[in-house]
Write a protein that binds this ligand. Structure first.
Ligand code: C2E
Ligand code: MG
Ligand code: MG
Ligand code: MG
Length: 277
């Protein structure tokens, strides 16, 4: 009887596993096709100055324009891109596409337009990344000047030494570096100080409730203070309400990003945020 139960749960387990594996293989094949057939697209979310008046730049956010399911959010497929090693190819495409868009917008704007691009953990430590970017910069295909590379706190802290040297090299090329989702990892200030970065992005989870939770407001205030003490500028993510803007401005936050100002938008809609020259 015990045997039978074991056997049953074993069968159950493998059937479930099979379904999952098959599903993931199918998704992997779809993602390979997506890369080959140009099904990815970028949405751009505006970032504004502390007054909430001027657009200072955008964050490029990956979307998959799936032939059957339509626009898909990165949460559904980035983990698979990462586990299959396809993320480097995807992120390089993102970097090049966002940089080209950034150059086009700068040519038409009467003030500088910055572009933030996300890099994944797998990519930062991919030995192919740096040579690839260096080559593109050398060939004049990639202009780092307005590009900001976002790395999540957990990623950067995972392999501090490796991250340090890659980030140093990217910075030497002229990119600026931002720590994304700041406050959600468990980095010590010591380690933060060791990273060559220019900017902190306070995670939206602290911003959402800062008007109702004194604790969250304190965390945001401390992050801003800390960043400034370290000579870094600060972006608040997840700005959804007018009260957030008011509080963040009072706290001295430098840059604001969130649905209050604009959602991530396709190129044609994002353009409305540019001040024409
Ligand atoms: P992230 O880099 O922290 O990007 C911010 C996310 O917060 C975006 O979600 C954005 O749509 C969302 N957001 C912005 N403002 C608000 C707001 O006011 N309220 C709420 N509720 N959400 C807001 P999205 O586009 O779904 O991206 C999710 C995550 O996927 C990103 O988080 C980033 O970690 C990853 N990701 C996106 N594009 C790329 C990419 O090209 N490469 C890599 N490696 N990761 C990417
Ligand atoms: Mg980001
Ligand atoms: Mg973030
Ligand atoms: Mg995030």
């Amino acid at each position: 009887n015990g045997d039978e139960q074991n056997h049953q749960s074993y069968c159950f387990y493998t059937a479930d596993m099979n379904a999952r594996v098959i599903q993931e293989i199918a998704l992997e094949q779809d993602l390979r096709r997506a890369l080959a057939e140009d099904q990815f697209t970028l949405y751009y979310q505006p970032q504004l100055d502390a007054a909430g008046e001027e657009t200072v730049g955008f964050e490029a956010l990956l979307r998959w324009n799936h032939p059957e399911h339509g626009i898909m959010s990165p949460a559904t497929f980035i983990p698979v891109l990462e586990s299959t090693g396809l993320i480097t190819q995807a992120d390089c495409w993102v970097l090049e596409t966002a940089e080209r868009q950034c150059r086009a917008w700068n040519a038409r704007s009467d003030r500088p337009v910055r572009m933030a691009v996300n890099l994944s953990a797998e990519q930062l430590t991919d030995p192919g990344l740096l040579p690839y970017i260096e080559q593109a910069v050398r060939d004049d295909n990639l202009h780092p000047v307005h590009i900001e590379l976002e790395i999540t706190e957990t990623v950067a802290m995972h392999d501090l030494q490796a991250s340090q040297s890659v980030l140093q090299a990217l910075r030497a090329l002229g990119f600026s570096i931002a720590i994304d989702d700041f406050g959600t990892g468990n980095s010590s200030l010591m380690r933060l100080r060791q990273l060559p970065v220019d900017k902190l992005k306070i995670d939206s989870s602290f911003v959402f409730n800062m008007h109702t939770s004194e604790q969250d407001a304190s965390i945001v205030r401390s992050c801003i203070h800390l960043a400034h003490e370290l000579g870094l500028s600060v972006v608040a993510e997840g700005v959804e309400e007018a009260i957030h803007v008011e509080m963040l401005r009072e706290m001295g936050c430098d840059i604001l990003q969130g649905f209050y100002f604009g959602r991530p938008l396709p190129v044609s809609d994002a353009e409305a945020f540019i001040h024409p020259a």
